[in-house]
Design a protein around this ligand. Structure first.
Ligand code: ARG
Length: 462
């Protein structure tokens, strides 16, 4: 027996169940249900207002859609794989509810513009959520930085102690990264905020539709200008996946640092028990699993970007079923990043920072070597020569098993009479940090300034 499909008119035989299963998207595109109904309500309102269908018919369809929405929201709708995707499932549920008049809803519309519309509505909504969550994470970083303006820690290059810095400064570097992420997502809204509805299958329609009206009804900034582009553009999703990949790369870098910081070798921070896990065999373990998982999940987010770019790269215009592959990666990325941002914020907010450990680890090292070179340069020695002199002193110390601050003044003065008693003050890591007042430097004043700017950015109305 041939089962009746919405598109079944020209077919004599039906798909085998396993083939049908392969082509169906309802398992995952049901996430679009709410947006599919929203788009249909806008479409049918327009069909009624333009007289393309009778107003009474439009009203009946709209009422039916509203009932479906309420049923969806209370978990009462059941979808069926034989109806392939969310669009045909909705139409079939609507037909069950209001009868054959439901068939008028699809006038002057195709699933091609319909699915693109749903995706735009979904992503626009998600983008606002992501930006809000990022604002919270940025605020958490600023609060933490405020507490740690004067917390001195080693700054690294090549993962070797380089120069001491303020922990607040280190945190504010991440604030800047997440701010750029937020700006990228904000720009992304522009390309999500366009209505493809009315492009129909690919070429537009002969019906006197009003695309501006449907665009306005759905709250979009404007309709797409070209119908072929409208149904085949997935740039707004690629931008989202790309922006998310960059965001997760930043999150992963921070998590990598947190993982290092809570290792026995560093002991700079202790994560709260509420963000850590234990080991099933080693009773002493407290693992930074959540940070590791964010670092790991950055991989799948990048994978989703590469996946969709690969799907898109040779697609001829206009719609091709390949485009159905745009969904799972987008949903997965949206769900992954929204949780990851919250986890990261919670982890930072609840961790204990061991200021003393950080400070101590800048005291028994050579991260003050630049201070000595700068000291000599500021007294007139050419910096290159100062670099050479200090390099030799570092070598001498390494052999003697002590540090620059342990060299007696007499020895310093043998090397050069430019060095005086005040060198010991200059060699302290706190002094080294405090004095770096150049714009954007790690000096306490500079960090305070960054915090003030950030606070103004986060609270533009105050
Ligand atoms: N489920 C499809 C998708 O996600 C909807 C569009 C189907 N259009 C078509 N002509 N087969 O892309």
């Amino acid at each position: 027996m041939m089962e009746k499909k919405l598109w079944g008119g020209r077919f004599e035989a039906s798909l085998e169940a396993w083939v049908e299963e392969f082509g169906a998207s309802i398992r995952f595109d049901q996430k679009l249900a709410k947006f599919d109904i929203q788009g249909s309500i806008a479409h049918v309102t327009m069909l009624g207002q333009t007289g393309i269908i009778e107003q009474a018919e439009a009203d009946t369809i709209k009422a039916g859609l509203e009932e479906l929405l309420a049923e969806y929201e209370t978990g009462q709708l059941e979808f069926d794989v034989t109806n392939e995707d969310i669009h045909m499932n909705m139409e079939s549920l609507l037909t069950e509810k209001i009868g054959p008049v439901a068939g008028k809803l699809h006038t002057a519309r195709s699933r091609n513009d319909q699915v693109a519309t749903d995706m735009h509505l979904y992503l626009k909504d998600k983008l606002h959520e992501v930006i809000e969550k990022l604002a919270n994470l940025r605020q958490v970083l600023v609060h933490l930085a405020e507490e740690h303006v004067e917390t001195v820690m080693p700054g690294y290059t090549h993962l070797q102690h380089a120069q001491p810095i303020s922990f607040g400064h280190h945190l504010m570097a991440y604030y800047q990264m997440f701010t750029r992420d937020s700006e990228r997502f904000t720009f992304n809204i522009q390309h999500a905020d366009m209505s493809p509805l009315g492009a129909a299958a690919l070429a537009g329609t002969t019906f006197p539709i009003d695309r501006q009206l449907t665009s306005d009804l759905m709250g979009f900034a404007k309709p797409y200008s070209n119908s072929l582009d409208a149904v085949s553009d997935r740039d707004f999703i690629l931008e989202f996946l790309s922006n998310s990949s960059i965001l997760m790369m930043h999150a992963s870098r921070l998590c990598e640092e947190i993982i290092n910081w809570c290792s026995h070798e560093y002991q700079f921070v202790t994560l709260s028990d509420t963000f850590s896990t234990g080991s099933s065999i080693m009773p002493q373990k407290k693992n930074p699993d959540m940070a590791e998982l964010i670092r790991g999940k950055s991989g799948r987010v990048v994978g989703n970007l590469v996946g969709l770019l690969t799907v898109m790269k040779a697609l001829p215009l206009a719609y091709n079923k390949d485009l159905q592959e745009d969904k799972e990666g987008m949903f997965d990325t949206a769900e992954t990043i929204t949780v990851a941002i919250d986890i990261l914020a919670g982890m930072l907010e609840s961790m204990t920072v061991h200021k003393d450990r950080m400070a101590v680890s800048t005291e028994k090292d050579f991260s003050n070597a630049t201070e000595l070179a700068d000291y000599l340069a500021s007294k007139g020695m050419p910096f290159r020569q100062a670099h050479e002199v200090v390099g030799k002193l570092v070598l001498e110390c390494t052999k003697a098993g002590h540090y620059l601050q342990d060299i007696p003044l007499e020895r310093y003065q043998e090397v050069t009479d430019l060095i005086e008693e005040d060198i010991y003050q200059a060699l302290q890591s706190r002094t080294a940090v405090e004095r770096r007042t150049s714009l954007g430097g790690t000096g306490f004043e500079s960090v305070q300034h960054q915090i003030q700017q950030a606070t103004a950015e986060l609270n533009p109305d105050k």
